[in-house]
Design a protein around this ligand. Structure first.
Ligand code: COA
Length: 437
C-alpha cells in the first residue's frame, strides 16, 4: 500500500482516535511545549469519563493542562517531568507526582521500558512527497515516543514548520491522523527591566567572539542577547531556540562558523517564541531540530569548544548549590536541561556555565528575600550540585565558583548579593564558618 493510501485509511476525528487508541490503566506521553497537540488533548478531556487511571506524562506544557484538574483525578493521573502553573495543583494532591531525571536521558528511558509508553499523542507537519513528516517545533523525545509506543495518534497541522534534522517520522509509523490546523502558541516579547539588563551585561562580560551558546527561557536570556550584538561568529547548540538568537543571526553576531560539530547550523531541541521564529526554522537548511539525546547529551555538547550555557535558578547557598526546581517542599518547575548543559559546557574546551538570577525576590506578602542564602531552605533540593556549579551571575556581578574553596565561594556570593542583605549574610558567614568575613 502506498503511503498516500495508508494515510487516507488512517484519517479520523480526534474523538474517534483517542477513544480507539487511549486505553484505561495505560501510559500516555504528550509531545511537549509548542508541539503539544491541542486537538488531541481537548478530545482526551472531552471524553474523560471513558477513561480510568490513565497516566499522562510530558515535559513543559504551554497548554491549559485541563486534564490535571481535580475533577479528572479518577480519569487521569499525572506523572510530570516538568511542572508549571497549570499542572502544579496535581502534585500537591495525591493524583500527581514528579519524576526527576536528566532531560537528555528521556529517549533512553523509553527505549529500555522505564517509561512504558502505551500511546503517544503528537503533532506533525503534513507529509512531504515521500510521506515523511517533521515533528517541527520539538525534537525532544517525540521520535522515540513514536517508536516505543504501542499506538501513535498524530494531529496534522499545516501551521507546524517543517524543520530539517533528526526529528522526522513516516506515515507508516502512525496509527491515526487527525487533521486540525491552527496557529501555534506564541510567546509575547519578554519584559526586560533594569535588573535583567544588568544581569545580561554581567553574563555578556565573559562571552567572546566565536563562543557556542545555550540559552534558556525568559527575560534573562533575552537580556543577554541584547548585550551580544557587537560580537562575531557566535554559534548555537541549545536546548531551546528563541527569538533572541534569531535577532543575533540577523544582526550578524551568530553565524555558527566556529563550531566543531554541525558547523554552520543552528542545533536545537525545541523552539518557543514568536510566529517569526517558527517561520525562520521552516524549511531552513541552516536549522537542525534534533532529539534531546543528541542536543542535551553532555558528551555531544562538549564536542564544541567554548560552549557557554546560561540558565536560571531560584536560590543558591554559600556552598554554590543551586536550587532551580523546588521552593521549599514544593515542586515549582523541573530541571529541564539545566544540568545537561552545565556539565556539557564545563566539559567543553574553554567552556563556561552560568546560572543567572536576580539577587532577590519579593514574596506574595510583599517581603523581599535574598536568593543567596547560607543554606537552601528546608525541603528544597539541589538541582545543580556544588561540584557542577561554575559561574553565578546577579545584577550585582558575576563570580566564578569552580575551583574555589567553600569560604571563598561564600565570600564571592555575598559580594553579588542584594546590598540590603550583605551585612546579615556576612554575620551568617561568621556563624557558619567561625571565620572573620
Ligand atoms: N524563595 C522563595 N520564592 C522564590 C525564590 C526563593 N528563593 N526565588 C523565586 N521565588 C518565587 C518568585 O517570587 C516568583 O513568585 P511569583 O510567581 O509569585 O512572582 C516565582 O518564584 C518565580 O520566580 P522567578 O524568578 O520569576 O522565576 P522564573 O519564572 O524566571 O523561573 C526558574 C526561574 C529557575 C524556575 C526556571 O528558570 C527553571 O525552571 N529553570 C530550570 C530549567 C532550566 O533551567 N532549563 C534550562 C534549559 S531551557
Amino acid at each position: 500500500m502506498s503511503w498516500r493510501e495508508l494515510y487516507k485509511e488512517r484519517v479520523m476525528s480526534a474523538d474517534e482516535a483517542v477513544l480507539k487508541f487511549v486505553k484505561s490503566d495505560s501510559y500516555v506521553v504528550l509531545q511537549h511545549d509548542v508541539g503539544e497537540p491541542p486537538a488531541l488533548v481537548e478530545a482526551l478531556v472531552r471524553n474523560a469519563k471513558e477513561f480510568h487511571n490513565v497516566t499522562i506524562s510530558h515535559m513543559f506544557t504551554l497548554g491549559s493542562g485541563e486534564y490535571s484538574k481535580p475533577e479528572y483525578k479518577e480519569n487521569f493521573h499525572m506523572n510530570l517531568w516538568f511542572v508549571s502553573g497549570q499542572t502544579r495543583g496535581s502534585i500537591r494532591d495525591d493524583y500527581g507526582d514528579y519524576t526527576p531525571f536528566f532531560f537528555y536521558q528521556t529517549p533512553e528511558l523509553m527505549r529500555d521500558g522505564t517509561i512504558p509508553v502505551d500511546t503517544a499523542l503528537v503533532q506533525l507537519t503534513p507529509p512531504d512527497e515521500n510521506g515523511n513528516m517533521s515533528t517541527g517545533v520539538s525534537g525532544d523525545y517525540t521520535v522515540q515516543a513514536i517508536k516505543s509506543a504501542k499506538y501513535v495518534v498524530a494531529q496534522i497541522n499545516e501551521c507546524v514548520p517543517y524543520t530539517y534534522g533528526g526529528a522526522i517520522v513516516n506515515v507508516k509509523d502512525i496509527d491515526a491522523f487527525v487533521e486540525d490546523s491552527r496557529p501555534l502558541p506564541t510567546l509575547p516579547d519578554a519584559k526586560i527591566g533594569p535588573v535583567e539588563t544588568e544581569i545580561g551585561k554581567n553574563c555578556a562580560s565573559i562571552i567572546r567572539d566565536g563562543d557556542c551558546l545555550q540559552l534558556g527561557i525568559g527575560s534573562i536570556p533575552d537580556a543577554v542577547c541584547h548585550e551580544l550584538v557587537h560580537l562575531k561568529h557566535l554559534g548555537v547548540h541549545s536546548e531551546m531556540l528563541g527569538d533572541g538568537m534569531v535577532k543575533l543571526f540577523e544582526l550578524g553576531a551568530i553565524d555558527n562558523s566556529m563550531k566543531q560539530i554541525d558547523k554552520g547550523k543552528f542545533v536545537f531541541n525545541f523552539v518557543m517564541g514568536s510566529q517569526k521564529l517558527y517561520d525562520f526554522i521552516d524549511h531552513n537548511p541552516d536549522c537542525m531540530l534534533m532529539p534531546v539525546d543528541y542536543v542535551n547529551d553532555p558528551r555531544i555538547i562538549c564536542q564544541n569548544d567554548n560552549v557557554v550555557s546560561i540558565n536560571g535558578g531560584l536560590q543558591v547557598d554559600f556552598y554554590g548549590q543551586v536550587a532551580s526546581d523546588t521552593i521549599g517542599y514544593n515542586q515549582f518547575s523541573g530541571i529541564g536541561g539545566q544540568v545537561d548543559f552545565v556539565r556539557g559546557a564545563c566539559m567543553s574546551r574553554g567552556g563556561r556555565a552560568i546560572i543567572a538570577m536576580p539577587s532577590s525576590t519579593v514574596k506574595k506578602d510583599g517581603k523581599r528575600i535574598s536568593k543567596i542564602t547560607p543554606l537552601l531552605m528546608e525541603g528544597q533540593v539541589v538541582s545543580t550540585s556544588r561540584q557542577d556549579t561554575d559561574y553565578i551571575a546577579t545584577e550585582y556581578g558575576i563570580v566564578k565558583l569552580r575551583g574555589k574553596t567553600v569560604k571563598e565561594r561564600a565570600r564571592a556570593l555575598i559580594g553579588i548579593a542584594h546590598p540590603e542583605f550583605r551585612d546579615e549574610l556576612a554575620v551568617q558567614f561568621e556563624k557558619m564558618f567561625r571565620t572573620k568575613y
